[in-house]
Design a protein around this ligand. Structure first.
Ligand code: GLU
Length: 356
């Protein structure tokens, strides 16, 4: 079994002591225990920025804090895994690392070689080189890696026990949701946009990651990393812990899965209900169905496709850039639109439905 474990900043770093070495060591012990039972692990770790912040008194930029904190973070992973007799490798990635097929394949080969040779890859976003092309948070990165290596499970370790029906930090009646069968709008509304004070993600970004993974046939979980034994409960004993997002049977080809990395794109095309229905009936997206555009994109880029209620239900590779499409939004005459935009905006072969 191949598992992607993502450890959030809120687990590793606290406001009082900075990097929590005791907890980190316990987590590494648990991970090693599971690993030694034959579970292949790839770790995605946050915590560099918050750790760096604790290491100096000066007010540096986020990227400088990351550069500084990453050294300490990886040093302790190296030491703690070393005590367990396990080697690790550091991999720092940016959204560009996935942008073309050769980079994508190189990364896949590297991760496969490392894991095949009993080395645990420890991945973080390369915060010193990212600007606009950032993942924004490591939750998306973890989900993408789970697709890239065809993992069976994606586990988000955070400071909450799972997904709650409302924000448990503010609401008294918040109820832990044990299983989610589809990440629809109702589920998205439940979760807080708030990130922890130190991390970048939040429940919403975990839902986005879970949606991506489950669409590709990977079960996703959100659970507390503050109780390290949750890891073996879930991965060795198959006990229900936290929130489980049940995967769908995936018939996506490798090529379409590769296209799914495009969900890191913030570019959006808004379509009407008629177009949504047409896409769900396996047709291409035509210009007449477009109702809005968000973000700058070029021909060949990935865009999220959302309906007027704001639900991302598909994404694909566009045949027109945002500048070319913009004038279309003021046109009313459908025949004129068809005449001016003869090609599909997104061809069905380059389209993936994120079934809800
Ligand atoms: N890459 C950032 C770090 O290591 C964390 C981003 C996040 O919180 O998801 O601090």
């Amino acid at each position: 079994m191949k598992v992607i474990l993502k450890i959030g900043t809120s687990v590793l770093v606290n406001n009082i002591n900075g990097l929590d070495l005791v907890l980190m060591q316990n987590l590494v012990c648990e991970i090693s225990r599971v690993y030694n039972q034959g579970v292949q692990i790839i770790l995605i770790t946050s915590g560099a920025v918050a750790t760096g912040r604790e290491m100096v008194n000066n007010l540096l930029s986020r990227s400088s804090f990351a550069a500084l904190g990453q050294t300490k973070l990886i040093k302790y992973y190296y030491d703690f895994f070393g005590e367990q007799g396990i080697q690790i490798a550091q991999v720092l990635l940016s959204a560009n690392s996935f942008k073309n097929r050769s980079r994508f394949n190189l990364l896949k080969e590297t991760l496969t070689q490392l894991t095949d040779n009993r080395i645990i890859p420890i991945i973080n976003e390369n915060d010193t080189t990212v600007l606009k092309d950032s993942f924004g948070d490591n939750d998306s990165l973890a989900a993408i890696i789970s697709v890239l290596v065809s993992a069976q499970k994606l586990v988000f370790l955070t400071d909450l026990d799972g997904l709650y029906s409302s924000d448990p930090k503010t609401g008294k009646n918040a109820r832990l949701i044990k299983e989610v069968e589809s990440v629809d709008l109702e589920i998205q509304r439940m979760c807080s946009k708030n990130t922890s004070k130190l991390g970048q993600g939040g429940m919403l970004s975990k839902l986005k990651g879970a949606k991506l993974a489950t669409t590709c046939g990977i079960d996703a979980f959100i659970m507390s990393g503050l109780n390290p034994d949750n890891i073996s409960k879930l991965l060795l004993n198959n006990q229900p812990v936290g929130t489980k997002f049940t995967s769908r049977k995936s018939h996506l080809s490798e090529r379409k899965k590769r296209l799914l990395i495009g969900t890191i794109s913030e570019s959006r095309i808004i379509v009407d209900q008629g177009a949504r229905k047409a896409l769900e009936d396996k047709n291409s997206l035509l210009a007449v169905g477009l109702r809005g555009i968000k973000g700058d994109f070029m021909k060949g880029d990935f865009v999220n496709i959302i309906d007027k209620k704001g639900e991302v239900f598909a994404f694909g590779v566009v045949n027109y850039g945002s500048k070319e499409l913009m004038p279309l939004l003021s046109l009313r005459d459908k025949d004129e639109i068809r005449r001016l935009f003869r090609k599909a905006v997104v061809h069905i072969d380059n389209l993936i439905l994120l079934k809800c």
